[in-house]
Design a protein around this ligand. Structure first.
Ligand code: HEM
Ligand code: MYR
Length: 415
């Protein structure tokens, strides 16, 4: 049996939080290996990156998700009892519920709401002083996703819910106040949506057919039971929260347009170039760092032993920056996608493998569609200036936002 390189420190949890997106990659480079073992949360943990590793990680016979996700992530980002932690037929059933929401017509409807809201907001940005793109898009997407999902949201509540949804995304990998804010936000949001599910079920808050609220409130599991209302709330949040999280990718897209101004012209009226640009934003910029699983039954792979129960972390960011897959990975080059088939285990910012059979992100098509629309809106419906500001991304912070979320000034409608 080959010896797996081992990180020597007694526990690397804090090192992971400090090193951020480069934690696994730095060690892989140090050990000259895409697999090594370390101790995280006081337990031995195998870290992996690269295409073969991603293919292994999404093998459902070898890995499970039950008990894989650290509690601090469940208490903030994902919630407890939702699809992310399910296995086998229970997972397939719950995942099919999510995928049934993602029809081409529904994605188009969300996109149309987004474009309409963007046009309305440009008028308000025109009248305002400097605007933080990240904060503006957070509110815009909160309003849009609630309308799309059938969730009633009075204008007076938009700011509050946007702040809550952001707090959950910003909390899982930090200590202190920002972490606790995420926990409180989740508690409040689950309470809000559990009540809504209840009122929908008894007919007080009817949900239009096909909306996320209707599908989740009415879903029956394999045994014909409705989801407990708290779990239904967790799953509804699994739609609302990540759609709002797309604001982060949109902010990265705006940064990329700023850093590579030639692409402003190339994406205009060119759907293919816009698609390549968006794929490169998803590959290049740091967002979801790592996916977690546990070994379901012991096995050997490439001469290494994987004991039953061992936690395994797949480096999503590191695979998207892997030298063997992406020549000059640290360059932002959308043209690398021209004529390239997108392999399910190479470009994995939202997980790898199959959307239905595995845990790959249910919202990947929505994400790509909304990002393309944001790029089109940024380059055709408005003009703006990007004043001098600190735009350095801190790879030590997960998620890594520009410090003030990208400030735009002098916003005006395109003539
Ligand atoms: C799962 C990333 C947007 C819904 C995931 C996973 C990642 C991810 C890394 C886990 C993959 C794994 O465990 O193997 C992202 C990123 C997004 C995004 C970076 C950009 C903002 C969305 C959107 C939706 C969504 C827009 C819904 C409308 C989900 C759901 C799961 C998931 C339901 C759980 C799937 C499962 O466990 O089977 N996402 N996501 N995500 N995502 Fe996303
Ligand atoms: C979502 O809301 O589900 C999509 C976007 C979330 C991005 C969160 C980035 C930081 C997460 C660190 C978690 C580590 C997981 C092992």
């Amino acid at each position: 049996m080959a010896t797996m390189p081992a990180d020597r420190s007694p526990d690397s949890t804090l090192a992971l939080l400090r090193a951020g997106y480069r934690f696994i990659g730095e060690r892989c480079e140090r050990y000259g290996s895409d697999i090594f073992t370390t101790r995280i949360l006081l337990a031995p943990t195998i870290c992996l990156r690269g295409r073969p590793a991603a293919e292994l990680f999404y093998d459902r016979d070898r890995f499970q998700r039950a008990t894989a996700m650290p509690l601090r992530v469940q208490r903030t980002l994902t919630g407890r009892g939702g699809v992310q932690g399910l296995d086998g037929s229970e997972h397939s059933d719950r995942k099919a519920m999510f995928m049934s929401i993602m029809t081409p017509a529904a994605i188009q409807r969300l996109g149309q709401l987004f474009d309409d809201e963007w046009r309305t907001r440009v008028t308000a940005w025109e009248a305002a002083g400097p605007v933080s793109l990240y904060d503006e898009l957070g509110r815009l997407l909160t309003r849009v996703v609630c309308a799309w999902a059938g969730v009633p949201l009075p204008t007076s509540q938009v700011e509050r819910r946007a702040v809550e949804l952001h707090a959950m995304i910003e909390a899982p990998a930090v200590l202190g106040t920002r972490h606790w804010r995420g926990r409180v936000a989740r508690y409040r949001a689950e309470h809000w949506l559990a009540n809504l599910i209840e009122r929908t079920r008894v007919g007080f808050a009817p949900a239009p057919a096909g909306t996320a609220l209707a599908v989740i409130a009415e879903h029956r599991d394999e045994r014909g039971n409705l989801l407990p209302r708290r779990i239904a709330a967790v799953e509804l949040l699994n739609v609302l929260r990540p759609v709002v999280a797309v604001d982060q990718y949109m902010t990265f897209a705006a940064l990329a347009l700023h850093d590579h101004p030639a692409w402003r012209d190339r994406v205009r009226d060119d759907d293919e170039a816009t698609e390549h640009f968006v794929q490169e934003v998803r590959r290049y910029y740091p967002f979801f760092p790592i996916a977690a699983a546990r070994v379901r039954r012991s096995f050997d792979w490439q001469g290494h032993h994987f004991p039953k129960g061992r936690r395994v972390l797949l480096d999503l960011y590191g695979t998207n920056h892997h030298q063997a897959i992406w020549p000059q990975p640290e360059l932002f080059r959308p043209e690398r996608f021209a004529g390239r088939r997108v392999d399910p285990f190479e470009l994995i910012p939202q997980g790898g493998g199959d959307h239905w059979a595995g845990h790959r992100c249910a919202g990947e098509w929505i994400t790509i569609d909304l990002m393309k629309r944001a790029v089109t809106n940024l380059t055709t419906t408005m003009r703006y200036d990007v004043p001098v500001q600190n735009l350095a991304l801190d790879l030590h912070r997960m998620p890594a936002l520009p410090p003030l979320g990208l400030t735009l000034t002098n916003v005006r409608r395109a003539a």
